[in-house]
Design a protein around this ligand. Structure first.
Ligand code: CA
Length: 230
């Protein structure tokens, strides 16, 4: 198995090198860019699977770079985690709407960053055949069955689809509107609060198995499935 390749886009050399050090030690191949121009060159030449993009960069903001990449068919499989000193909810939402898969606020610990990276990389590779496993939850897509530590969880069809979508996109935050599009379908008219109702039911079903903590509310942004504590 080849190592995942990660591009670090950060103009502050000390931070960039610190991140590169910890990523290499965790077994990733790293690439470093100090501005967007260099980043785009490396993305085209080296094809990393994930880019860590700092918000504040000298030639273009990291948010603009993320938007550009997410609009480009060539990079549709690239995962993006934004790094930022901004802790505002508003900026968090803007970053996620710009297409970032996750968001890490400075200062962060290497451990936290590695956990986020793992979660984002996992979401593309988590489906093995028809069985999706994440934490204690196992979802059998062929049999439409969900179990926690071997005990079956009884879910309604919508809760099942919601859980399947969130599990196969673990780590990423989805707004109510995005969930309506992806789980209910773009042409179905339902109110956003319908999502809250089904999330509540899903959590209730998982509570009986002490697994409700995987379904997390991200204030002002939406919901996500995560193995990490909220
Ligand atoms: Ca910076």
């Amino acid at each position: 198995m080849t190592n995942s390749k990660i591009l670090i886009v950060e103009d502050e050399r000390a931070i960039r090198e610190m991140i590169a050090f910890h990523l290499s030690r965790a077994g990733y191949d790293t690439l470093e860019a100090e501005d967007c121009r260099e980043a785009r060159q490396l993305l085209a030449d080296e094809r990393p699977e994930l880019a860590l993009i700092d918000w504040m960069l000298p030639d273009m903001s990291g948010l603009e770079l993320t938007r550009l990449l997410k609009r480009d068919k060539e990079f549709e499989d690239l995962a993006v985690i934004m790094l930022t000193a901004r802790a505002d909810e508003h900026d968090k939402v803007t970053g996620l709407e710009g297409g970032a898969d996750d968001y890490v606020t400075k200062p962060f610990s290497p451990r936290e960053l590695l956990a986020r990276i793992k979660a984002v990389l996992r979401r593309s590779g988590s489906v093995e055949g028809e069985i999706v496993t994440s934490g204690d939850i196992e979802l059998d897509a062929a049999a439409h069955r969900v179990s926690v530590k071997g005990r079956e969880v009884h879910l309604g069809p919508t809760e099942y689809r919601l859980l399947k979508f969130l599990m196969t996109h673990a780590g990423r935050v989805y707004s109510r509107n995005q969930l309506l599009d992806r789980v209910w379908g773009a042409n179905v008219y339902v109110e956003e609060r319908t999502v809250d109702v089904h999330v509540r039911r899903l959590r209730k079903a998982l509570t009986a198995h002490s697994a409700e903590h995987y379904i997390q509310t991200v204030r002002g942004a939406g919901y996500r499935f995560s193995l990490l504590d909220a």
